[in-house]
Design a protein around this ligand. Structure first.
Ligand SMILES: Cc1cc2nc3c(=O)[nH]c(=O)nc-3n(C[C@H](O)[C@H](O)[C@H](O)COP(=O)(O)OP(=O)(O)OC[C@H]3O[C@@H](n4cnc5c(N)ncnc54)[C@H](O)[C@@H]3O)c2cc1C
Length: 626
């Protein structure tokens, strides 16, 4: 089935995009304008991304001591993406945005992720600018966000440090008010009346920063988490002490003009990655003294200070809260990237299986060597691997688009529905990030398997998809951290309100499916699975310490994710049941749903078993016994 058809089915037949387009915010859009956006993105992805996916893998970014060098193809891909308007796809029309639903923005971005996730599109830049539109002051929005939406500047998110990845409360980057010079000889300078916001000097090291250095754009806008020391000079422990700063690579004045000075953000080194090599990954030193930008934007001081200049975004101590604005979008983006890598592998595997002759059918006929070989797609085991990929990738795509639809509901829905959408997103975001990261990676592994030995070579694309995809379980909160977030926070918050609401959605689907004779058995299986999840949630916490309850958070995440995907698949199946006789596309979806219920859902027993009985073997394992 062509990918575009799958996408159109999910958008229009399943998620009823047409209803969303009736809302006042989207009144300038119609099915035709959406089709035009999808056509444009599909074309750019086909022409400017897909042909260069291998090139950017083999020609890794290089630092010549001054500049980071990327292939010309990456420059051209960025230019085409920026010119498409996608960087401000969901922003207001009066600031130059396309004012599209987030659902359409997400759907359109899938083409780029499938063509070359490695080159990357604008996820970080758009997320960075969107955060500034939500939490920045008007000057920050005008200067930084607008330049990002136009594609003149690019964005990053700088959270991690060499010693602080999962545990952001332990970051040590410091931000002190920039009152001129380095506090000793400098003339006093009003740091808190700067037109761009309260001005600080930052010092510290940020590790793993994606797109942290390049020449694709004339400037790079770093959003940096740092701590403002208390009066005693000590950093406030925990996340409460974390604030957010906008720190450009090149200094700007209050009107957004480049002043010609370099800010003190220096590339300490490029990381050499397993995959996703088209995008730089950097260790950045803030305020190491390599550059000495002057204080006082717009006619301030002559004296040159120490530290990277950054302007506070939002209020002090609220950095992580503001950053979450970017991280939630980023997590849906990561889930979609993982999904599309899975899809790319699935398409390659299907193509290969339809052509590769190998072996003969099982049974008497197959024993006759004079008979021609069959194509491997005819073997049941190869069909199993292809169906698994289809079930993982289409299921994951449906989940991500469902979540994107919830983002639109949250933004444009009526009071109660908007609130419900927010609550559902809270519970579903860890799954949206982690489920495709694990299972579409497994799809890539199966795609290699379908290719046999050829899959293990660099002459075929599937090994690169696996390497590119391997990142997704690590960044944006590791798998383990997502699991702790789900079981430790999301399903128990507000007395379990989010879990109950999701349960009611699952139940509604099961009830509809119950009325359909062909789907009733699946409805029953889904209801049982969801009851198991709810019971295990209760048993995990029942009188237990967090240490006991959370020791099996990852199997819980896996079970929860599988139950969610079973629900999504059954709901998708309901949307296929209108047609009699079913089209091949509908038959394919129904088979993928059946596969998921037959081969995947039974895994819940093992995962939830250890959760419910609070299996202690991992927690109790002695270090010296390993
Ligand atoms: C290619 C790449 C791109 C990245 N891009 C960015 C970026 O643009 N900006 C940015 O800020 N960061 C970025 N990151 C950083 C990424 O978010 C971190 O790598 C990630 O958060 C994990 O941190 P860590 O590497 O320090 O591992 P650690 O936090 O040391 O974790 C190591 C292992 O221990 C587990 N673990 C840690 N703490 C706990 C706990 N409390 N309970 C149970 N298990 C635990 C983890 O799950 C993991 O398996 C990127 C990373 C990579 C590899």
């Amino acid at each position: 089935m062509a990918y575009r058809d799958t996408l159109e089915f999910l958008l229009h037949d399943w998620l009823r995009l047409g209803d969303l387009l009736q809302r006042p915010r989207f009144e300038d859009h119609s099915r035709e304008t959406v089709t035009a956006v999808l056509d444009t993105c599909e074309r750019i992805a086909r022409d400017k991304y897909a042909p260069f996916n291998r090139l950017v893998d083999t020609e890794e970014p290089r630092f010549d001591g001054e500049r980071v060098i990327l292939p010309q193809a990456t420059h051209e891909a960025w230019k085409a993406y920026a010119e498409s308007g996608m960087l401000s796809a969901s922003q207001d029309a009066d600031i130059g945005g396309l004012q599209l639903p987030y659902l359409v923005e997400s759907a359109a971005n899938t083409f780029f992720a499938k063509a070359s996730v490695s080159i990357g599109a604008g996820m970080l830049t758009t997320g960075n600018a969107n955060l500034l539109m939500a939490h920045g002051n008007p000057a920050q929005q005008q200067v930084f966000a607008m330049a990002e939406f136009a594609g003149r500047w690019a964005g990053t998110m700088c959270l991690s440090e060499p010693q602080a990845g999962s545990s952001l409360s332990d970051i040590t980057t410091r931000a002190v008010p920039d009152d001129g010079g380095d506090g000793a000889a400098g003339r006093a300078c009003a740091w808190d009346t700067d037109p761009l916001g309260p001005r600080y000097r930052l010092r510290g090291n940020k590790m793993w920063i994606s797109a942290g250095e390049h020449e694709l754009t004339e400037n790079i806008v770093h959003l940096v988490l740092a701590k403002i020391p208390g009066p005693d000079g000590a950093l406030v422990p925990g996340t409460r002490g974390i604030s957010l700063f906008v720190v450009p690579k090149r200094m700007v004045d209050a009107t957004g003009r480049l002043t010609g000075e370099r800010n003190d953000v220096a590339l300490a080194g490029l990381n050499h990655k397993c995959g996703w090599r088209g995008t730089t990954n950097t260790l950045l030193n803030f305020g190491e003294g390599r550059f000495r930008p002057r204080s006082g934007v717009g006619g301030g001081l002559d004296g040159q200070g120490a530290g990277a200049v950054g302007w506070l975004v939002g209020r002090p101590g609220e950095g992580l809260r503001c950053m979450f604005h970017m991280m939630n979008e980023a997590r849906i983006g990561v889930g979609l990237a993982a999904t599309m890598l899975g899809f790319a592998g699935y398409e390659a595997a299907l193509d290969y299986a339809l052509q590769r002759p190998q072996g003969r059918p099982v049974g008497a006929a197959g024993k006759d060597p004079s008979r021609p070989q069959v194509r491997i797609v005819e073997h049941a085991d190869v069909k199993r691997m292809l169906l698994a990929q289809k079930a993982y990738c289409e299921g994951a795509l449906a989940l991500e688009l469902y979540c994107a639809r919830l983002v639109d509901e949250q933004r444009t829905g009526e009071g109660a529905t908007a609130k419900e959408a927010s609550l559902l997103l809270e519970v579903l975001t860890p799954i949206a990030k982690s489920w495709p990261s694990e299972w579409c990676l497994e799809a890539n592994s199966l795609a290699i398997q379908v290719h046999g030995g050829y899959g293990y070579t660099r002459d075929f694309p599937v090994e690169q998809y696996w390497r590119d995809n391997r990142l997704n379980m690590i960044h944006e909160g590791t798998h383990g951290i997502q699991a702790l977030d789900l079981l430790g926070r999301k399903v128990v918050m507000d007395g379990g309100a989010g879990l109950a609401l999701l349960g009611s959605r699952v139940e509604a689907t099961a009830l509809r499916a119950q009325a359909d004779t062909q789907l009733a058995g699946f409805a029953q299986a889904l209801a049982t699975a969801w009851d198991q999840v709810a019971a295990a949630t209760h048993q995990a916490w029942d009188g237990a310490s967090p240490e006991e309850a959370l020791a099996n958070a990852t199997p819980y995440l896996q079970a929860f994710g599988h139950a969610v995907i079973a629900w999504i698949w059954l709901d998708v199946a309901l949307a296929c049941r209108g047609e009699a006789p079913p089209t091949p596309a509908a038959q394919g979806r129904l088979s993928a749903m059946r596969y998921f219920f037959a081969y995947e859902l039974p895994r819940l027993d093992a995962w939830l078993g250890v959760v419910a009985r609070r299996e202690a073997v991992c927690r109790e394992m002695r270090e010296d016994a390993f």
